[in-house]
Design a protein around this ligand. Structure first.
Ligand code: F6R
Length: 613
């Protein structure tokens, strides 16, 4: 939520900041702003409500601002409506200090009252402005020592923050600080950066380090000095980002989401291949001993949104493979649920971004309770990855569209592989079953490619049903879990009301909503319960529902006896079937949203990485 970028170098800062913000826009797009410092023109600030292109036009692509150092922000509004005044950067009263912020200052009201009592005048309704004003207040108290003021302010504020601070009295450097919100440092030749995410700066440098909680950085063109919470210098470990820059660009596709859907076979291949050798699943990166795995009493999966939906699939699959209890809980619920987790529990945390605040908080809660943490993360070096005992990376590459697709698919397959790996060690899977699953894991990317070759029918169905006001996704067992994700994809990008139900639950209330012309997406890919799924389809059809059914190629004939619109995916091992089933559902959501003229990559009110509670 919210994207921050900062630059100090030899070039004009504004165009570089705008370019960085464009790449961070998926993190929030309610408003945007930049502040640039130059000797001649001083501190210049421009900000505006709306997308980045509005800001870019306002500053003539950056040409209107002069200076070789600056900070920028793209906002997902929390405190204060999205308008010009509440946009970042925020200025202190004397106009000497500009601040950009990602996170929430929880005690901002108390600080605001204190400052107002001292005669400070506030312009905005935001929590961030208190940081700028408090900095000025303590700077004046400290005889103009901005670093001392920064430390005093960091002591006073509570909550989460990644901060960029530009100060008129520091002509050659700006300051960054972090607590519970992501911020990385980028080291180019004669240019240095801060950014919420590497996509903002990868064009300029691949040499980065990740700020830790409590650290403060002083960034100038020539160097970045980092200090810990006590002001002691810190030697940062550097990481090299080996992505291809084009991975974070649209490359001719109309939308990132479509590009990312199409990239799924390759992403799954990259995630599976290094861990499947000679038909055996191996996790060289795992430090869990075989004794620990054999002794496992319980697994708890925590995550949010689509990552949680992966957890729901994984619960079915892991319990089937391991015959041990697997719980799955929304991370936002977990942390306040007094969960039954102890040192005998393995907590699996799933997150694309590795920065989701609720997931991070759940991880910390689980750690406090003594559990061991294994995370499944896409963004290398993210906070969740760094705080886990073990990390399994999904090799999906950068995911830019707000609605996840390739990250979901890679998480799904990785959890299945983990289940198989554990089951083999525990001895709960037969040799034949193991071999069949390994074989199907290998074949999965090719089968996904096959699904992606046949999009015409999905496109046609989307054009037929895009005007429906309400949609229900129904299915049993793994199809229910699949429906949760299919339904979320549709609603988040097309703004159509959509719900997922376990088919068997319909009669317990929801079926009263089915009437003539209600669209029901009926999932029948879980073949062991195909006949029961069919009975549920007949029930909703009898009440007037329009049905789009999804099943496997082997059951197409059976489905077509009842349903006119039938989509199919290749058959695979039952455990892996959702990995194929999700693809047509993603495409259906995409084409429906396209028909409705929605902003597919940046749906309203959303942001890619949810770093507030
Ligand atoms: C939906 C979507 C979100 C994320 C959720 C968790 O398409 O992308 O529901 O899955 O915000 O994000 P991560 O996985 O980054 O923790």
């Amino acid at each position: 939520m919210c994207g921050i970028v900062g630059y100090a170098g030899l070039e004009q800062a504004a165009p570089i900041l705008l370019d960085g913000l464009e790449r961070l826009e998926y993190r929030g797009y309610d408003s945007a702003g930049i502040a640039v410092l130059s000797e001649g023109k001083g501190l210049q600030l421009r900000k505006t409500k709306g997308r980045l292109k509005v800001l870019s036009a306002l500053v003539d692509g950056g040409k209107a601002l002069e200076g070789r150092m600056g900070i920028g922000h793209t906002r997902w509004a929390t405190h204060g409506e999205p308008n010009d005044v509440n946009s970042h950067p925020h200025l202190s009263q004397n106009g000497q200090i500009a601040v950009v912020h990602n996170g929430i200052i929880e005690n901002y009201l108390e600080i605001k009252e204190f400052l107002v009592s001292k005669g400070v005048h506030f312009c905005s309704d935001t929590d961030t402005e208190v940081v700028a004003q408090l900095l000025e207040y303590f700077c004046l108290q400290n005889g103009g020592n901005i670093m001392a003021a920064v430390y005093t302010v960091l002591d006073r504020i509570e909550g989460a923050y990644a901060l960029g601070i530009l100060c008129k009295d520091l002509p050659d450097s700006f300051i960054a600080a972090r607590k519970d919100a992501p911020l990385l440092l980028g080291y180019g030749e004669n240019c240095k950066f801060i950014a919420s995410d590497v996509t903002a700066i990868i064009k300029h440098t691949r040499d980065v380090s990740y700020m830790e909680d409590g650290e403060v950085a002083v960034v100038s063109a020539g160097e970045i000095k980092v200090y810990d919470a006590l002001g002691q210098p810190v030697e940062k470990e550097h990481s090299f980002i080996d992505w291809d820059v084009s991975a974070a660009e649209k490359g001719g596709y109309a939308h990132f989401m479509f590009k990312e859907i199409m990239e799924q076979p390759e992403a799954v291949r990259k995630t599976v291949s290094p861990r499947l050798k000679d038909g055996r699943v191996c996790f060289e990166e795992l430090s869990l001993s075989e004794d620990y795995i054999r002794g496992l009493k319980k697994i708890f999966i925590v995550a949010c949104g689509s990552s949680y939906h992966v957890g729901v699939v994984a619960k079915y699959n892991m319990e089937r493979l391991l015959r041990r209890p697997v719980d799955v809980m929304l991370a936002s619920e977990f942390r306040y649920a007094d969960p039954l987790v102890d040192q005998d529990t393995l907590v699996i945390v799933i997150s694309q971004s590795g920065e989701t605040l609720d997931t991070m908080a759940a991880l910390r809660e689980a750690k406090k309770l003594g559990a061991r943490i294994l995370s499944v993360v896409n963004v290398v070096g993210s906070s969740i990855a760094r705080e886990s005992d073990d990390v399994l990376y999904t090799w999906a590459g950068p995911e830019i569209a707000v609605a996840t697709t390739k990250a979901y698919s890679t998480q799904l397959v990785l959890l299945d592989m983990l289940g198989l790996y554990f089951a083999d060690i525990i001895g709960s899977v037969s040799k034949e079953e193991y071999a069949r699953l390994a074989e199907e894991l290998q074949a999965l990317p090719t089968k996904m490619e096959k699904v992606l070759e046949n999009t015409e029918e999905i496109k046609y169905l989307a054009s037929r049903y895009f005007n429906h006001a309400s949609v229900f996704y129904i299915g049993r067992n793994l199809d229910y879990a699949l429906g949760l994700e299919g339904s979320l994809k549709l609603k988040e990008i097309s703004y159509i009301h959509s719900e997922a139900y376990a088919s068997g639950e319909l009669k317990h209330g929801t079926i009263s909503l089915i009437e003539d012309g209600t669209l029901v997406v009926a999932l029948g890919t879980y073949t062991p319960l195909f006949d029961k799924a069919l009975s549920n389809i007949i029930e909703v059809k009898a009440r007037g529902a329009d049905i789009v059914a999804l099943t496997t190629e082997s059951r197409r004939g059976d489905m077509e006896k009842t349903v006119e619109n039938v989509l199919t995916v290749p058959d695979t091992h039952i455990i892996l079937q959702p990995s194929l089933g999700i693809v047509p559902l993603q495409l259906f959501a995409y084409y429906v949203a396209l028909q409705r003229g929605c902003d597919i990559d940046k749906p309203r009110n959303l942001a890619k990485s949810v770093t507030v509670e």
